[in-house]
Design a protein. Sequence first.
Length: 707
Amino acid sequence: MLTAAYNFVPLSRTVVLPDWASQVSMEVPFTGAVCGDFDLIIEAVTPLVVGGETQRPPDGVDAPAVKHNFALFGQSSLPGTTIKGMLRAVVEIAGFGKIGTLMDDRRFAVRDLQNPYLYTNHFTDMFKPRSRAGWLEVNRATGEWQLRTCDYSLVRQVDLEKLYAERSGRRVNLGQAKLTAEHKYSAWHPVSLDLAFNPDESRKRDDWAKGRIVSRADNVGTGRTIGTVVFTGQPGNRDPRGKRVEFIFHSVDGTVIAVPPEIREDFEHVHRDANTRAPMGNWAFHRARLLEGQAIPVFWLSDRNNDGQIQAMGLAMMFRLAYARTTRDLASTASQRHIADDPDLAETIFGYVRETKNDRADQALAGRVQIEPAQIINAVSSEAEREEILLSPKPGFYPAYVAQRHMERNSKPPQVTTGTYLADGKSRRFKAYTTFMDDQATLRGWKRYPVGDAVRSTPRPDKDDPAVVSRKVFTKFTPLGAGTRFRTKVHVHNLRREELGALLWAIWFGDPNRSYCHSLGLARSLGFGCVRVTVDLDSICLDAVDGEDPWLGREAEAKLAQCLREFECYMAGKVSSWEKTAQIRTLQAMADPVLGAKKVAAGELVSMAGPSPFQEAKRQGAVLAPYVDGDDVWPLQAPPPSSDLADVQGRQHRAEIRQGPRATPVRRFGTLDDERVEILRQDGEELQVRFPDGSIDFVTVADVVIE
């Protein structure tokens, strides 16, 4: 079963873009616009920590970082920008806005041994690796990357260690867990990487690299062929099931292949930090050598026809593949409006700055809502210091982040179906996950942390596990106690009444009489930061520009309620049954601390400590269950029909799992398991049918008696 502390508000195909966005002005008022201010009271339902300065341990010290609370003039506070971001996120969802507006356009990479169709099938033909070898260098005349192809052989680490001892008089251990390629190259110094050996022909042989059809290195140090030792990282300690080999590159054949710009970009994208864009890991080591004019060893893939064109490239024999599609690509599958430049309701109210290309000036719109820092208005003792792991979830984890198209009907917990594909002349089975490789893949939706009424601790790593993480992944913090209350002032300028209604809806989640809560600050995955936000009615001081009397104090409550209704009426006119959509129901459900407490008690909001649980979840075909049960929520809104499952490398495998059947022009019905079903679409031997309870599923023609 797959569980997580987060979940998703389903992504909508409908994106609402206000038609008055181009008329927004700080000087020219809208008819009936509202200006003024009011106060918010923010109460911590669970302990709260809003991070300020982070104190990190000195280099070489294995200790946790210390996160201090944000403070103004020595007193804990809440930044106004943090509060505004919290409310803006709700307006984005409730206003059916764009998910791609503030989202980084990221291309993830995959090395997933649990999914043969997605990954391992790219790298093997039966037991023969498809990875090829080459020396990557920079063309000094053009600055372009080029590849000199060569052969490679596998060499046992123990043979290299024996040779090193003979030539240096010292010992080296190449099989120690967590060694990087750079560490191994450094440990090998000063012995030359060039050595003599005899490359065996590619065939099955011996118990090392058991069963694989590869070339193995014999007579290491005394053979007739000269090659260069190539080290790669060591994920775990050397044992019968772990990595026991390195590589020798040899027999450069003189062929030079230009690396296409898109392959170079994918390679660099995979090997750099998503935030800083700085080279990471072994690439940081190799890149420095490449820029110095040296050739560096790489592995690469050609297509099935071995036409010599580079399809992908990496630093290990089974390297990380760049996905075919980015996060913005998946957002645009649901609707191109998700990545449009036209502002949505949240941008129209809160403003935006948008970078443009081709040296054009950046687009910007000033926000008409400003929020002051929130100051503490009552004294509650701080909680005891906590030490927790606050690592962020990985958005490339497709069983959670990608809307799945091929679900087992009525499976609890939810699972994807098992599909088959043809490879190497055989039919092979796989869990038919939809991933960032698929043309019609769609993002799952807006990620949020459901609120609850209590906090919990991070699952601790097993102390007996040799791969236990260092103390540096922990963070120390001292949360403010539950019951702490803050006051802040909200300033609004030239807001239309439905815009003010949208802001109020975000504060109350549509119902000021319910105990809906927001999630704010640090450690939300552990239940910290559940806060209840209310409007201090006595503080209201608003003016309508059309000459209406000022809206003052509690007498303005009815006016605010009318603005709330105007927003709801506006949305109901744009989205059918807006208040009953999966988006609104899920958003409100995730703001309900009573429901959140029940899900915590049921084990549904537990963060899994991996990697084993995540690997097991993929083997089972597990999918993160929707937060709200109901056939109208799950499966999530599927993309339109498409062709057979596609391979990112362009292989022509015929897949038996379809992306979606083609529409039929007339309504047809049939009987399945004594139930009358409506046949929605047919594609070959597969039908998409609707059951009497409204659920939709895929079945074979043979299972249905067609009327």
